[in-house]
Design a protein around this ligand. Structure first.
Ligand SMILES: *Cc1c(COP(=O)(O)O)cnc(C)c1O
Length: 461
């Protein structure tokens, strides 16, 4: 059959040949990401200028594509795989995760219904149950994978509104002034606008003040508004502070509000027995999100969302047109009923492979080491009289600054980032510019952390 006419797709022989070449290329890339500046040094527009304005009419050789990846694309990559990527929250596309992605691209199934790939649905349910156990959450939580924490929180808010009841108006949600911007966006996305969210003050360690939360809820009720949801954060984006979830849960129960917990980054640390306390109170949450694509070595994107009232989430999102009606038994999950998306990627394969390859013990060891490295960096900063630590360091993220003004700190950050050797980011706390250093990449070692601190100290003087 094969030799009757050319295959409409790439032939199996060609696929094999280029598949090996691409995998070799990736293996070399992952072996030496330090060859490249961690922060891309290109000017805006420089990538597009190198690309032809019109699409090719005729087929082009794979060899040309690989060459262009090297010459055009790679210089425009900020290398998140670089072991000295210490900005934002560092991530890792680990080997087993990358291979899992490759397989999911190969199957190319669309997991909208159980029957559109039973293995898709059941593996997703199963690995999210593994993750639930790893985090020590009770078994009443049903899991679903979304692309990002932003999307997960949007679904939490939509379910919370459903829970508040048809026709509820003047809805108000609450979060701390340290919460991620995606919480405010969730309020915008469900149509409440930015006035639908109230930002509660924090204590000196940047944790939500539950007394202020209750006062705000009471005030809104007195003024005829309808409080419906509180979003607490475990590991806020600026400082990784931990909101007092048990006390917030008390308030939510008292006023019958939906409790959502955003643990996008820090949730991963709860797989360590000695860090399990960070999720105290989360067993009482209505919904919970953490991102394995942040600190569990799973390639972007993979956000794990858990809901203790899946029927409410389903009520908020199910609507089944005739062409999607099935006669499958009612006890199967049709994931399209639990969110905005119909089509869904086979994301659980990569996470399955990550957990099996490293083992839960291996994952624990790596996260424990990152926390050690973060605290080690903090200890060096603390010991230097020209610098100060500006927030507690419960995880692997350090907020610090040189004891000078904002513009000196800004220049310091710009200089170290322009070196191409390390990449750090910043935030603003108590109206001062603060530098942020975070460890989260599998390839980061004590040597990289030491090199970063030496460079920062050197550039500051
Ligand atoms: C990173 C982060 C988010 C946003 O994550 P996405 O997956 O990029 O949407 C939300 N909340 C917290 C606490 C985060 O750390």
């Amino acid at each position: 059959m094969d030799d009757l006419k050319p295959s409409p797709d790439m032939s199996p022989e060609e696929f094999r040949k280029w598949g090996y070449k691409f995998v070799d290329w990736i293996a070399d890339y992952l072996a030496h990401p330090e060859r490249y500046p961690v922060l891309s040094q290109v000017e805006p527009g420089s990538i597009r200028r190198q690309l032809p304005p019109n699409p090719p009419e005729k087929p082009e050789p794979m060899a040309d594509m690989l060459r262009d990846v090297e010459q055009i694309i790679v210089p425009g990559i900020t290398h998140w795989n670089h072991p000295a990527f210490f900005a934002y929250f560092a991530v890792t596309g680990s080997g087993p995760g990358i291979l899992g992605e490759l397989l999911s691209a190969a199957f190319n199934v669309n997991g909208m219904l159980w029957r559109t790939s039973p293995a898709f649905t059941e593996l997703e349910e199963h690995v999210l149950d593994w993750l639930r156990q790893m985090l020590g959450l009770p078994d009443g939580f049903k899991g679903i994978v979304y692309d990002t924490a932003s999307t997960s929180t949007f679904h939490a808010f939509a379910a919370a509104r459903e829970f508040a009841g048809e026709g509820a108006s003047q809805l108000r949600a609450y979060t701390s002034n340290q919460a991620h911007s995606s919480v405010e966006k969730a309020a915008m996305a469900i149509g409440l606008g930015r006035s639908g969210i109230v930002k509660i003050g924090v204590d000196e360690e940047f944790r939500m003040d539950p007394v202020a939360l209750e006062a705000a809820i009471k005030k809104d009720r007195d003024e005829g508004r309808r409080p419906f949801c509180v979003s607490a954060t475990i590991g806020t984006t600026s400082t990784t502070s931990i909101d007092p979830v048990p006390r917030i849960a008390d308030i939510c129960e008292k006023y019958k509000l939906w409790l959502h917990v955003d643990a996008a980054y820090a949730g991963a640390a709860a797989i360590l027995p000695e860090m399990r306390w960070i999720l105290d109170g989360c067993e009482r949450a209505d919904s919970f999100v953490m991102n394995p694509h942040k600190w569990l070595f799973t390639p972007v994107d993979f956000s794990a969302f858990y809901c203790r009232r899946p029927h409410v989430l389903k009520q908020a999102f199910s609507l089944t047109p005739e062409y999607l009606q099935t006669t499958d038994p009612g006890n199967v999950t049709n994931y399209m009923d639990y969110g905005m998306q119909l089509g869904r990627r086979f994301r659980s394969l990569k996470f399955w492979m990550v957990v099996r390859y490293f083992g839960v013990d291996g994952l624990r060891e790596r996260i424990r080491e990152h926390i050690r490295l973060g605290k080690l960096f903090a200890s060096w900063v603390e010991a230097d009289s020209k610098f100060e630590i500006v927030a507690p360091v419960p995880f692997s993220t350090v907020c610090f600054r040189s004891k000078s003004d904002d513009s000196a700190n800004q220049k310091l950050m710009d200089r170290v980032n322009a070196s191409g050797k390390i990449f750090i980011s910043h935030t603003r706390l108590n109206n001062r510019l603060v530098l942020r250093f975070t460890v989260g990449n599998l390839r980061s070692t004590e040597e990289h952390v030491r090199m970063a601190w030496d460079l920062i100290r050197h550039e500051a003087s």
